[in-house]
Design a protein around this ligand. Sequence first.
Ligand code: PLP
Length: 463
Amino acid sequence: MSAEADLLKRTTDLALEFLDSLPHRRVGPTVPIEELRAALCGPLPEHGEDPLATVERLARAADPGLVGMAGPRYFGFVIGGHLPAALAADWLTSTWDQNATLYVSAPSNSVAEEAAAGWLLEILRLPRAASVGFTTGCMMANFTALAAARHAVLARRGWDVERRGLFGAPEIDVVIGAEAHATIHAALQMLGLGRERVKRVPTDGQGRMEADALRNVLKDCHGPLIVCAQAGNVNTGAFDPLEEIADVVREHEGWLHVDGAFGLWASASPSLAHLTHGAERADSWATDGHKWLNVPYDCGIVIVNDPESHRQAMTIAAPYLVQTEGRERDPFDYVPEFSRRARGFTVWAALRSLGRSGIADLVDRCCALARRFAEILRLEPGVEILNDVVLNQVLVRFHPPGGGDTDAFTREVIARVQEDGTCWLGGTVWHGMAAMRISVSNWSTREEDVEVSAGAILRAARA
Ligand SMILES: *Cc1c(COP(=O)(O)O)cnc(C)c1O
């Protein structure tokens, strides 16, 4: 066997050892930063070492600081695992090492993206003529969509923002919900639209944008208009009233963008699709592959119902770029990158290995497990579920048994759960209250995982 084959076989074993450990390993890291530094830092050796020794050293050194995110009992942030087919496709993607900039540089990826794009539009119930880009994550999907929006609303006023920039351009009114995700602010900041000059629309008790309040805010907007709505609040999972928002934005001839990093996947489930009604009337959407679709990091998806604006906002021109005349897909036309990973393969494999019904099942199952979490925890005196569990998110608050500071006690319970290691979840501040945030987004989570994890949470609350 060649040395490279030997190395890759041994690496497969290391990967399998990790995967085998996932269902029972401690979910959080096991060592403090000093130990990770001791194992990973130090001077760069003058002479190289054997690749197999390097990889074994890496696996050994990294292991205690690895988080079991890919496993069934990680409920922090909104983080999916990796479906077996998607993980395997990701291995091949690295092995194939395709630079997926142009069709001519990576034809198979270009066509895999084309296929995956069509399937995505179908299952997310979005217009078939929309263009799709595969970004690093939903943050860059939001960025790309808002760049297309910026292009379109200014082009309608005769302004070419890509050539002339924003200096002297008509002022764009950007309207967002009061609970827009932090990455919407970041995207606006990078696009020269300002993180803080936005108009914020108040939200209701579940974090949904109030359509009447939007109407009021738009009364004072007379410039080119971009409105950002949300499908899936990162805390509660709640959906903005998209149908009403679409009506209002249309009346004002604005551009409607929907951030649906995980929530847009509700469209794939017949029993949950009502939550996203109206989303299909937007102009652009951002979602993730690496959250609920359970492909490995990194993978976001941007969709624009105005392919020309999408391309205009992203296109890079250089004499050596042999672009084909629209017959073939050049992936870099739809993302803010140049050299890039061939993300089409993992999405293609994930969608194909699940099929339509498998995707719906994945979404339904996670939501049922989130409800199960709430059901178990709710029975405990002093435990309060703050949100309507409409999707895969649960917000929990813990009142101290003898009375006292609920915020402090809630943080204490979260810290104890993280320390215990049975599962991992984090905290948030929701409408001024400290809360534990549970997100069920992993394909491999089973009811037993929820029961064991809820048990660990209740132990922490009783301790
Ligand atoms: C996670 C998330 C994002 C950002 O997505 P990344 O993939 O982390 O870049 C944006 N919006 C919402 C609602 C999210 O949940």
